[in-house]
Design a protein around this ligand. Sequence first.
Ligand code: FAD
Ligand code: NAP
Length: 442
Amino acid sequence: MLPRVCVIGAGSSGIAAAKALRQDGFDFDCFEKSDRVGGNWVFKNRNGMSSAYRSLHINTSRERMGFPDFPMPKSYPDFPHHTHIAAYFDAYVDHFGLRERITFETGVERAAPVPGGGWEVALDDGRTLRYDALMVANGHHWDARWPEPAFPGSEAFAGVQIHAHEYTGEDPGFFRDKRVVVLGMGNSAMDIAVESSFSAAATYLAARRGAWVIPKYVFGRPLDQISTQAGVPFRLRQRFMQTVLRMAVGDMERYGLPKPDHRPLEAHPTVSDDLLSRVAHGEIAPKPNIARLTERTVVFADGSEVDADIVIYCTGYKVTFPFFDPDVISAPDNDLPLFRRVFHPVHAGVYFIGLLQPLGAIMPLAAAQSEWVCDHLAGRYALPAPAELRADIERERARMFKRYVASKRHTMQVDYDDYLADLRRERRRGAERARASLAAAA
Ligand SMILES: Cc1cc2nc3c(=O)[nH]c(=O)nc-3n(C[C@H](O)[C@H](O)[C@H](O)COP(=O)(O)OP(=O)(O)OC[C@H]3O[C@@H](n4cnc5c(N)ncnc54)[C@H](O)[C@@H]3O)c2cc1C
Ligand SMILES: NC(=O)c1ccc[n+]([C@@H]2O[C@H](COP(=O)([O-])OP(=O)(O)OC[C@H]3O[C@@H](n4cnc5c(N)ncnc54)[C@H](OP(=O)(O)O)[C@@H]3O)[C@@H](O)[C@H]2O)c1
């Protein structure tokens, strides 16, 4: 008597959930808005939610991003193009026989807990269905976060203002001979500023805070494949990263970029092999934050002013669940406290897959989370007592907020290897709890 499960979304997280459910013999439905799997990795996805641009390559290496039971082909480069990644997710779905279990072009419009247990799910085809459990995998990089509030004068600016989410890189003439201001120091800003720098008349990279720009390779190997052991004390890992950065790139101020107000590994990694080179070649000019816009110019916080035709806000994403009543489940300022980023502390039967920001790739973590949820749904895993669970959530949150720079982008950070080791440990603990409660009941 396994519970009946609904999976929302068939991006990489949703297909990992579907695979775990299928493997364990659950009766489940997986609803996907789009006509295909892969979510963000489907360039110009029909769901309108993908933030991919034509030139996008992954910045977490192939070995770290592939699902453990279905590695990416060896023929792939270390940092494949988005077309490779989308094809890989398609192959995963076919390999595990999941395609016929996914209902495409069907969105979940509303999901609400039913008094007494279970969830009611309303679909955009007019059907309303009942499930015992929900696995939520709707992604968290599609709802653009514009600067809040908008910069003074932005309504008077005569040029183009877009968010990174809208940037597709399709029009080769988009940046040509234009004066472009890119705002942000995350990975979108790095990629887009570099791309602009090859054809624009001028590219300015504006930032309210500095970042450590981490190379993809050191010592001839993808950096994320070096020192991948769990349990290494944070200070030691930080010292290692500081040493690597000192040798590989040196001080950010040396390039004219703002000095980071934090040490390495205290912010989500900004990874680029090209940004520092383009700055060093004078093709990207660093600037402080935008202070205001006029009809034709951008004025920065240091009072400098440049003519501008295009402003691209690479200011991140909002975590939203349009199908939940916000009074029931929401993530104000991107913050949704969960037990080990999966279990809701109040609502039973709802599980979040891939709703985390690892230093490393999301996919193997989403797969481990899915197996963990299946353990729970099958009765092989029991949660800690509610008070203990809440205390654990608070402990983890306090640790994360203490380590990371205060920002809406740092609300769900985890360390890849430590997180996987943690889940393994927790699954063992919960299995013992489940056995003990069965024994007590017998
Ligand atoms: C530009 C960019 C580059 C990135 N690069 C990397 C990287 O190199 N490595 C990495 O690990 N991560 C990267 N990320 C993070 C990214 O979030 C993950 O790679 C991955 O896409 C997460 O998969 P997901 O399934 O959780 O979400 P998504 O890929 O967003 O998929 C969500 C799916 O759910 C569906 N859906 C949403 N709402 C509904 C609904 N109501 N009903 C039905 N279906 C619904 C969508 O149609 C979509 O198919 C990047 C993000 C961006 C924006
Ligand atoms: N090649 C790739 O694989 C690739 C490419 C793009 C994106 N990604 C991934 O996609 C996710 C989103 O990345 P992202 O770069 O789009 O967003 P992000 O990581 O959230 O970065 C947003 C940036 O904008 C800044 N910012 C936010 N609001 C601002 C404001 N009002 N004024 C000035 N600056 C502001 C932030 O500064 P603070 O730090 O001060 O908040 C930060 O520098 C990440 O997981 C990233 O790794 C990957």
